[in-house]
Write a protein that binds this ligand. Structure first.
Ligand SMILES: *[C@@H]1O[C@H](CO)[C@@H](O)[C@H](O)[C@H]1NC(C)=O
Length: 137
């Protein structure tokens, strides 16, 4: 009886510990690194994809955008629509000015601006999320 209780308690503690670790590891990334970075890049050496390449995204992290909701939006699109800047049928559309997207799976996510002509001028980003890190590495 006592052994069973101890075992269940240990199990509970381990589950709780992993839950805390999972929460504390999740990060929020402000896309572009600053609150007015969701815009047409000012130069070819300062693009959103260069920002993305300099960061490591993991499952459970979130992307956050800050922008003027009257002028811009964030569209999640397929790879094909990203490449052609086709904004006619996005997977998801966000236009609240303060958008958060949780990266729930590994792999590539494609986002483009919903503002007229902005994607063509480089207001777009690919975020590649790494496979879940094994905790014993
Ligand atoms: C954009 O995507 C829609 C839906 O997939 C498609 O019907 C349309 O032809 C595409 N437009 C262009 C310019 O490729």
């Amino acid at each position: 009886m006592a052994t069973t209780t101890t075992t269940s308690l240990s199990y509970l503690c381990i589950v709780a510990l992993f839950a805390v670790l999972a929460i504390s590891e999740a990060a929020d990334f402000l896309v572009g690194g600053s609150s007015n970075a969701w815009k047409i890049p000012t130069s070819a050496s300062d693009t959103l994809n260069q920002w993305a390449a300099a960061n490591r995204f993991q499952v459970g992290d979130s992307l956050v955008w800050k922008y003027e909701k009257e002028k811009d939006s964030v569209l999640q699109v397929t790879r094909e629509d990203y490449l052609s800047c086709n904004t006619s049928s996005p997977i998801a559309e966000h236009k609240d000015g303060a958008t958060a997207v949780k990266l729930a799976r590994s792999g590539a996510y494609y986002f483009v601006s919903g503002a007229e002509g902005a994607c063509e001028k480089g207001e777009k980003v690919i975020v590649v999320v790494m496979a879940a890190r094994r905790r014993w590495d």
